[in-house]
Ligand binder design. Structure first.
Ligand code: UTP
Length: 292
């Protein structure tokens, strides 16, 4: 009998979407590369994976997303320039990225939905459990959200998705779960519905872009019928997975920023800027003035 693997070493970061909510800038710039002051969104996502104990990362890119690969590549000319000019702080910032060295990349040939993007990681993940972190969601907490999901996985052996309470007006933007409470912030998944109308939603707990899956997820994609525009939904594959094994939902209580949304993006920048000693005083003053 093949022993089930219990350590989560791999992560998949889908970053191949078109980012239509951010057009026209996303015509030539991946939304995952939009800056949160001086680091792109995807920097924080990769950092979360590393800080959760993951050292094997696969980023799913697509056409027009080369900037993502360039960002995580070495830049010897730039490094030498900074060394020559004694720009030590900038050099330190640059070297911080090098701890992420060894990231793998694959391309989704067409943006056929999040499910299709995750499915393209099958060969890379093989028989291993893996985390999925959406490339445009930033989570902010003492213990990384992905680490918390891995803890649940190690305890239960089941796939687990992060959820958060969402406002009634936003329910139709999320995959909403129905779950049976099993413990502190832990639910056994009974159903998950993609973007329901608020009055038909089974709860107010929405999936927020962090998952840990057993490899049993992959065959589930064969059973999923593509929706409008040939899109393959991850939610549909999760529903199939639930028929085969227990799937859990973990209610994450930290902060979450949806940077793929314009307002969410601005909020993220303000959040990080207000933590910067050099900026927070004047920025706070500016915001207070504007608020009047
Ligand atoms: P979104 O639905 O937020 O991304 O997917 P999108 O389609 O790019 O955004 P809009 O609605 O057009 O503005 C969540 C994550 O899944 C990735 C996206 O890059 C994002 O990180 N994704 C989405 C893919 O990798 N492939 C897809 O086909 C769709």
């Amino acid at each position: 009998m093949v022993k089930k693997k219990t350590r989560v070493r791999k992560a998949v970061i889908p970053a191949a979407g078109l980012g239509t909510r951010f057009l026209p800038v996303t015509k030539s710039m991946p939304k995952e590369m939009l800056p949160i002051i001086d680091k792109p969104v995807i920097h924080y996502v990769v950092e979360e994976a590393f800080d959760s104990g993951i050292d094997d990362i696969l980023i799913i890119t697509g056409r027009g997303k080369r900037a993502v690969e360039d960002y995580f590549d070495d830049a010897p000319e730039l490094r030498m320039h900074l060394e020559r000019h004694g720009k030590n702080q900038q050099l330190k910032d640059l070297n911080e990225i090098s701890r992420f060295r060894g990231i793998h990349f694959t391309r989704q040939t067409e943006p056929k939905g999040l499910g299709d993007a995750v499915r393209s990681a099958e060969k890379h993940c093989g028989d291993d459990p893996f985390a999925v972190l959406l490339g445009d969601d930033i989570m902010k907490d003492g213990i990384p959200c992905t680490r918390r999901l891995i803890d649940v996985f190690e305890k239960t052996g089941g796939s687990v998705i992060a959820v958060q309470e969402v406002a009634k007006k936003d329910i139709s933007k999320y995959g909403i779960i129905k779950g049976r409470e099993e413990g502190d912030n832990l639910f056994l998944l009974e159903d998950i519905v993609e973007k329901p109308r608020a009055e038909h939603a089974p709860s107010n707990l929405g999936a927020i872009g962090r998952y840990v899956f057993t490899p049993a997820l992959f065959p589930c994609f064969d059973l999923v019928t593509p929706g409008a525009g040939g899109e393959i939904q991850l939610t549909d594959a999760i529903r199939q997975l639930m028929k085969k094994e227990d799937v859990y939902a973990y209610k994450y209580t930290g902060k979450r920023f949806d940077t793929g949304d314009k307002l969410g993006y601005i909020e993220t920048i303000i959040e990080y800027a207000m933590e910067d000693e050099g900026m927070k005083g004047e920025l706070g003053e500016y915001i207070r003035k504007k608020g009047m």
